[in-house]
Design a protein around this ligand. Structure first.
Ligand code: PGA
Length: 255
């Protein structure tokens, strides 16, 4: 299937760039990247740098923002956590959910990703749900099965309430073996996995499943971004390391 309309370029800064560095980043990035109607750019700074980042980009409403994680409770005794309404108040429109580092470093379960997806959607923000297989799962031919399990677990509850409620929602396919390793999936690998995801989304939510953008992530660089974006079924990119440098991020956003 052809890719969906406007490509989404999303930057996941992980635990990099505090408020001062984020401001400096935007000064440089915005001078290199002019607003384009044919691109959607979404930045995921650390929660503590979000306000500074938004302030630095206030002249550019084309740049959208999100947070990298939330807690499902509204408020309370959860030291170190951020609630959805706090993220919203700070200007987040998107929330990354189920990133591989949340799943594999912090032990986040499928059930927790489901709870986060429901909570974020209910409060009017858009989940960007990350899915992807480990290398041993790929080698065992389980890529589609693993990704389908992650999608079903995270989205079934939402879909049961109302298939039309699946949205706004973005999926990011990020094979674990490609994240931060310099080992990128080929455009063919990405297309094949995205086709499996699209099928699963259709199965879960019918025609609404066709409108959900599916991004690729994992060792995207300014060099390989164009080829990945051109791959059938790739609706955008989620970029870690290469989004930390304003020059390379501007090149990726212009790919
Ligand atoms: P990477 O990270 O681009 O550094 O591989 C991508 C991600 O984890 O979202």
């Amino acid at each position: 299937m052809a890719s969906l309309r406007t490509p989404i370029l999303a930057a996941n800064w992980k635990m990099n760039l505090g408020p001062t560095a984020a401001s400096g980043f935007f000064e440089s990035f915005l001078s290199r990247y002019a607003a384009r109607a044919d691109r959607t750019v979404i930045m995921f700074p650390s929660a503590i740098a979000l306000s500074a980042a938004r302030h630095a980009a206030q002249a550019r409403p084309d740049i959208q923002f999100g947070v990298q994680n939330v807690h499902t409770a509204e408020k309370g005794a959860f030291t170190g956590e951020t609630s959805v309404s706090m993220a919203h108040d700070a200007g987040a429109q998107f929330v990354l959910i189920g990133h591989s580092e949340r799943r594999h470093v912090f032990g986040e379960t499928d059930a927790q990703t489901a709870e986060k997806v429901s909570r974020v959607s209910a409060q009017g923000l858009a989940p960007m749900l990350c899915v992807g297989e480990k290398i041993e799962e790929r080698e065992a031919g389980q890529t589609n099965a693993v990704v389908a399990r992650q999608l079903r677990a995270a989205l079934e509850g939402l879909v049961k309430q109302d298939a039309r409620a699946v949205g706004p929602l973005v999926i990011a396919y990020e094979p674990v073996w490609a994240i931060g390793t310099g080992r990128t999936a080929t455009p063919q690998d990405a297309s094949a996995a995205h086709a499996g995801i699209r099928e699963e989304l259709r199965g879960l939510s019918g025609a609404a499943g066709d409108t959900i953008p599916i991004l690729y992530g994992g060792s995207v660089t300014a060099t390989n971004a164009s080829a990945l974006l051109a791959a059938p079924g790739v609706d955008g990119l989620l970029v870690g390391g290469a989004s930390l440098d304003p020059e390379s991020w501007a090149a990726i956003c212009s790919a």
